[in-house]
Ligand binder design. Structure first.
Ligand code: FEO
Ligand code: CA
Ligand code: CA
Length: 663
C-alpha cells in the first residue's frame, strides 16, 4: 500500500493483508501439506478441461439431472466490451437508470442534498455512502410482488476525501473535526427504503413510506443476544450489561431470511478504533483481528468507545451479524452472537431438508475461513414471530477442504481442543474468537472468502474467493491453486445428499479467474468464453429466477494489474455444456466496484450497487493518472455536474423488451 493512496484505497487494500495468528495454525498447515497441490482445471480447450477434471468431478457431472440451459437462456443479451472510462455501460438491449444516490432523501421530510452544507443530522435522513449489499422484500409481505418492495442496502464505508471540499489538501488532524467524523458515522450502516413501479413502469423511491429507515453507528441502539450476550468480555463503561451497543458499521454483503428479516454483516471493523489496546487479556484476540489497525477512521477522537486505550473490550461488540426487521420500523436490531465473530462477508441462507436455516458466511481476509451456521430449531413458515430468536441457538461450523471432498467442523466448546487448555472457558469465548478456534480445528485458509451463495435451483453453493496476493508457492493447495493470486476463483460446493445440514460436501472450482489468453495466469473458463466475458476478483453473487449465477467483481486499486479494465457484472453458466462460460452485462465507471446484485422475484428487475466511483486505482487510469479528490475527481458519475463529486448509487437494470434481465 502506498502512502499516497487515498483512505478509501487503503481500506479496500486492508483485506489483502493477513493478520498474525496468536495460535499457529499447525494442524491446518500440516493438513494443507498433506493434501498437496492439485491443478483442477488447467488448459482452455474442452479436451484439456475434461482430461484434468478429477473422477469425483466427472461423477458429479454425470449425476447432474438439473435443467440445462440453452445458450439463449444464458446469454440473452449483447455483451459489454472490456475497457474503462468515466461512466457505466449496460448491454445495448437493456436499460440502466439511477434509482438512489448518496445524499438523496430517505426519511419523510429529509432535506435535499447539499454537498457543501453537509451535517450528521441531514445525513441521518439521507441515503448513506458506498452502497454494497442490496436485499429485496416484496410488499405486501408474503407476496411474490415484483413491482413493490423494500430495499435493504448496506453502506460499507466512506471516502471522506471525495465527500468533502478541501479535505484532500488539508492536514487530516485539523480537517477531521467532530462534524466530519459524525457525517462519516451517519453515512455508514444501512438504509431501508420502499420502492415501487409507477404508472409508467419506472421504479421510484417512495419517500413518504413508513418503512423508510436509516441504521447507523451514530443513531441506532442495538441489543446483543445469543451465547456471548452479557459476557464480561462484551461489557464496557457505556454498557456494563454487555447487552446493548450503539450501531453497526462496515457492513458488506448480507442476506434476507425466509421470514423477511435482514442480516447485516460486520466486516473490517478494526479500522474504526484508534489507540493502543490496554487490556492484556484481550491481546491475542485483538492481534488475531488486526488491532491496532494503524490507520483508523478517527471517530475515537470524539466517541471514546472507539479508543482502544479507553475501551479495550469495545471491539468485541463488533464483527457479528445483525438481524433487522424491516417490516417494523420501531424494532431494535439484534446482534446474533451464535453466528460467530470475524470479518463477516455475506449471510445468504438456505433450508436443511428438515427445515432448519443454514447461513453461509465468508471471513474476508487472506488465509481466513468459510463458515456456516445451522439453527437448532426449524423455520416456521406460517408464523413470523416464531422465528424471532431462531438465530440464537444452533451450531457454527468452519470448512475444511480436502482433495476429494470437504467437511464442516463444529465450533463447539469442550470439543476438539476448544477448551480451557487453549483459553476457551465457554462457548462465548469460542464465538468471540471464532478465528482462533477455527485455527485449532484445522480449517482451510482460503483466498479471501467474499460472498457465498446457495442456488435455490440446484442446491449447490458458490463461494467467491476473490484473490490472495500473499499466498506463497509453498502455501498453494487444491482449493487455492495459485500463488500470488491476483485473479480469484469460484468454488462450487455440493452438500452430501443435497442437504445443507450435512457435514460433508463435494466441491470443485467452477472457474479460475483471469485472462485466458495468457497461460502463465492459469485461468480456466469454458472455451467459448470471449475476450469480454472473463473476469477477475469475484465478490458479490446472486442466483436469478432462472437459476443463473451472476457475479459482481471488485478488483480494488489493483484493477490495472488484475484485468486491465473496470469492474463489472457477469452471467456465469453453472450447468450443462456451457458450464464455466461467462459474459459481461454491465461495466462500472473508473474507481468503482460493483456490489449487491438483487433480482425481483420475477427476474425482470435487477438492482445493482456501484460503490466508491472515482476512488480506486485512479493513478492507473490513462489520461488521469493521479489521486482522485473532491475538487479533482477521476469521474463525476453519475451526475456529471461540475459542482458535484462522484456519488455511490443504486441502479435499476431492466430489459428493453420487458422480459427477464439477461434474456
Ligand atoms: Fe467488503 Fe469483502 O468486501
Ligand atoms: Ca464485498
Ligand atoms: Ca470487496
Amino acid at each position: 500500500m502506498s502512502e499516497c493512496d487515498s483512505r478509501g484505497e487503503q481500506l479496500e487494500a486492508a483485506d489483502d493483508e493477513p493478520v498474525a495468528r496468536a495460535t499457529a495454525p499447525s494442524l491446518a498447515t500440516l493438513w494443507q501439506r498433506r493434501i498437496g497441490r492439485r491443478d483442477l482445471l488447467s488448459g482452455f480447450g474442452k479436451a484439456a478441461l475434461l482430461a484434468t477434471v478429477s473422477p469425483a468431478i466427472l461423477s458429479l457431472a454425470a449425476c447432474d439431472d438439473t435443467p440445462q440451459y440453452t445458450p439463449d437462456d444464458i446469454f440473452g443479451f449483447e455483451e459489454v466490451p472490456h475497457g474503462i472510462d468515466e461512466t457505466h455501460h449496460i448491454a445495448a438491449d437493456h436499460n440502466a437508470g439511477i434509482l438512489i444516490r448518496w445524499g438523496d432523501p430517505v426519511l419523510p421530510g429529509a432535506p435535499p442534498f447539499n454537498v457543501l452544507e453537509q451535517s450528521a443530522a441531514s445525513q441521518l435522513a439521507q441515503f448513506g455512502y458506498n452502497n454494497d449489499y442490496i436485499g429485496f422484500i416484496p410488499l405486501p409481505y408474503g407476496s411474490n410482488a415484483s413491482d413493490r418492495g423494500l430495499l435493504c442496502i448496506h453502506h460499507e464505508y466512506t471516502n471522506d476525501d471525495l465527500m468533502h471540499a478541501g479535505m484532500a489538501d488539508a492536514d487530516p488532524r485539523e480537517f477531521y473535526t467532530r462534524r466530519i467524523a459524525e457525517i462519516s458515522m451517519a453515512a455508514h450502516g444501512g438504509t431501508i427504503v420502499e420502492v415501487a413501479r409507477d404508472g409508467n413502469g419506472n421504479w421510484q423511491v417512495v419517500t413518504e413510506s413508513k418503512y423508510n429507515r436509516r441504521i447507523t453507528p451514530l443513531s441506532t441502539t442495538m441489543s446483543i443476544s445469543g451465547p456471548a450476550a452479557g459476557h464480561p468480555r462484551l461489557q464496557t463503561s457505556e454498557d456494563p450489561t454487555g447487552h446493548n451497543v450503539m450501531g453497526t458499521f462496515n457492513n458488506c454483503a448480507g442476506g434476507i431470511t425466509p421470514w423477511g428479516t435482514w442480516l447485516m454483516s460486520e466486516e473490517n471493523f478494526n479500522f474504526y478504533f484508534i489507540g493502543q489496546p490496554s487490556d492484556e487479556a484481550e491481546a491475542a484476540n485483538h492481534e488475531r483481528m488486526g488491532f491496532p489497525a494503524g490507520r483508523a477512521y478517527p471517530w475515537g477522537a470524539y466517541h471514546k468507545r472507539f479508543d482502544l486505550a479507553a475501551e479495550p473490550r469495545e471491539p468485541n461488540r463488533y464483527g457479528w451479524v445483525v438481524e433487522v426487521d424491516p417490516l417494523d420500523p420501531a424494532s431494535t436490531p439484534v446482534k446474533r452472537t451464535a453466528l460467530g465473530r470475524f470479518k463477516h462477508e455475506g449471510c445468504e441462507n438456505a433450508l436443511t431438508k428438515d427445515g432448519r436455516l443454514v447461513v453461509y458466511m465468508g471471513d474476508d481476509q487472506q488465509f481466513e475461513y468459510l463458515y456456516k451456521f445451522v439453527t437448532a430449531g426449524m423455520v416456521d413458515a406460517g408464523d413470523r414471530a416464531a422465528n424471532a430468536d431462531l438465530l440464537d441457538n444452533g451450531t457454527l461450523y468452519v470448512a475444511r477442504f480436502e482433495e476429494d471432498g470437504g467437511r464442516w467442523l463444529p465450533l463447539v466448546h469442550g470439543q476438539n481442543g476448544l477448551d480451557e487448555t487453549n483459553g476457551f472457558a465457554s462457548q462465548a469465548d469460542v464465538l468471540i474468537e471464532a478465528r482462533r478456534a477455527a485455527d485449532i480445528l484445522g480449517a482451510t485458509p482460503l483466498d479471501r472468502p467474499e460472498d457465498v451463495t446457495p442456488s435455490p435451483a440446484t442446491g449447490k453453493i458458490y463461494v467467491a474467493l476473490t484473490n490472495s496476493k500473499e499466498r506463497a508457492p509453498e502455501q498453494v493447495d487444491a482449493v487455492n491453486p495459485r500463488a500470488a493470486n491476483l485473479w480469484g476463483q469460484i468454488v462450487e460446493m455440493e452438500p452430501e445428499g443435497g442437504d445443507h445440514g450435512a457435514e460433508n460436501f463435494a466441491w470443485t472450482l467452477i472457474v479460475k479467474c483471469g485472462d485466458p489468453r495468457f497461460p502463465a495466469i492459469g485461468a480456466a473458463w469454458h472455451p467459448d468464453t470471449g475476450e469480454n466475458g472473463w473476469f477477475t476478483c469475484p465478490d458479490n453473487m446472486e442466483v436469478d429466477a432462472k437459476g443463473r449465477l451472476w457475479v459482481a467483481t471488485d478488483q480494488g486499486s489493483g484493477w490495472s494489474a488484475s484485468s486491465g479494465g473496470a469492474d463489472g457484472l457477469y452471467a456465469l453458466a453453472t450447468q450443462g455444456e456451457k458450464r464455466g462460460l461467462a459474459r459481461r452485462i454491465f461495466r462500472a465507471p473508473i474507481g468503482a466496484e460493483v456490489c449487491g446484485p438483487c433480482f425481483t422475484p420475477d427476474g425482470t428487475t435487477l438492482f445493482l450497487a456501484v460503490q466508491h466511483p472515482g476512488a480506486d486505482g485512479t493513478k492507473s487510469f490513462k489520461g488521469f493518472e493521479r489521486t482522485s479528490t473532491f475538487e479533482d475527481p477521476a469521474t463525476r458519475w453519475p451526475d456529471f455536474d461540475a459542482a458535484m463529486p462522484p456519488r455511490p448509487s443504486v441502479l435499476v437494470i431492466t430489459a428493453k423488451n420487458g422480459g427477464p434481465v439477461g434474456g
